[in-house]
Design a protein around this ligand. Structure first.
Ligand code: GRG
Length: 309
């Protein structure tokens, strides 16, 4: 019996790995179609936008939208536009995070960062242009079959998650904490905004596309999303300490060098790993009421737990 369970687990993971590849390919096409062509003026800006979004990236946030959609009975078509919007905000945050005024990084996704490949002013403009493109998609994209009330909700969720009460606020807290220590609750509050907010929004935006979803299931998805969002950032801190540049595609040890408070620095690596594990457990437990339908979300959780970059 145990052997059968184990082999079906392996089959489920193999199937998920194929699914993930298909989502990644789908996103590459969907984003390429929505980004302005590099042949259209201003060409340098458009080329830099495409450089920053296309070609690689794990597409974790879109995968969460697609997996949530599958769990609650929506099609991938119904959430593709929202998945593009979230990924564009994520891509802009990486471009700005890499700037000399922030992390001053040379390498991202195994390639020169946007300001290195182009120039600083262009990289600032890439962020300035990717953000409104995300909201334009939510407002107008014909491929997003959502009613106008749902579109307004999607815009609100993404704005809240990326603004000063979400990602940008988390980044501000992180920058202000350089060279200082935070306690674990302070660190988790920062992580929940900086990285967790957009991950949570990815799940909530897919849920918002199904307005008849029972309130308890919406709450269960929010609990799942919050837990994996925090776990994702703690794992990023662990990988920053334990991985290498070739695996990660970006500089390692940068957080510690820059005096940033990280989970391993504050609590130690083994406490950080244990916290990641319990957060993933909490995420799994939250999905109980969905039964087998939530398998894609369980598999995303398992993927993130095992990730090496
Ligand atoms: C500049 C407003 C502003 C915010 C920046 C998210 C963020 C805030 C900065 C990114 C810094 C960073 C590396 C945080 C660790 C977690 C994280 C977001 C990692 C990168 O996300 P992945 O792993 O990247 O999903 P890929 O390349 O796969 O898309």
């Amino acid at each position: 019996m145990e052997a059968r369970v184990a082999s079906s687990d392996v089959e489920a993971r193999d199937a998920f790995s194929l699914k993930l590849k298909s989502w990644q390919a789908r996103m590459e096409r969907a984003l390429a179609a929505r980004l302005p062509s590099a042949d259209v003026e201003p060409r340098r800006l458009h080329a830099a936008m495409r450089y920053s979004v296309l070609g690689s990236g794990k597409r974790v946030r879109p995968a969460l939208l697609f997996a949530t959609a599958a769990t609650i009975g929506l099609s991938e078509d119904e959430v593709e536009g929202a998945a593009c919007a979230v990924e564009l905000i994520h891509a802009y945050s990486l471009v700005h995070d890499d700037l000399p005024a922030m992390d001053d990084d040379d390498l991202r996704r195994g390639r020169p960062t946007c300001h290195r490949a182009f120039d600083e002013a262009t990289a600032v403009l890439v962020g300035d242009a990717l953000q409104p493109l995300a909201f334009e998609i939510l407002a107008r994209d014909a491929a997003l079959p959502a009613a106008s009330g749902i579109r307004v909700q999607l815009i609100g969720l993404l704005a809240e998650a990326s603004g000063s009460s979400g990602m940008a606020g988390g980044q501000a807290i992180d920058l202000a904490a350089k060279g200082r220590t935070l306690d674990v609750p302070g660190l988790e509050a920062m992580h929940e905004r900086k990285t967790g907010a957009l991950i949570r929004a990815s799940v909530l935006m897919a849920a918002a596309c199904a307005p008849t979803l029972p309130r308890e299931q919406q709450a269960a998805l929010a609990t799942y999303a919050q837990a994996i969002g925090l776990a994702f950032q703690i794992q990023d801190d662990v990988l920053d300490e334990t991985s290498d540049v070739a695996t990660l595609g970006k500089a390692v040890g940068a957080d510690r060098r820059q005096g940033r408070p990280t989970y391993p620095a504050v609590a130690g690596i083994s406490v950080a790993r244990e916290r990641i594990r319990t957060l993933h457990e909490r995420a799994s437990t939250a999905l109980a009421s969905f039964g087998a339908a939530a398998e894609p979300l369980h598999l995303i959780s398992a993927w993130l737990l095992m990730r090496r970059n």
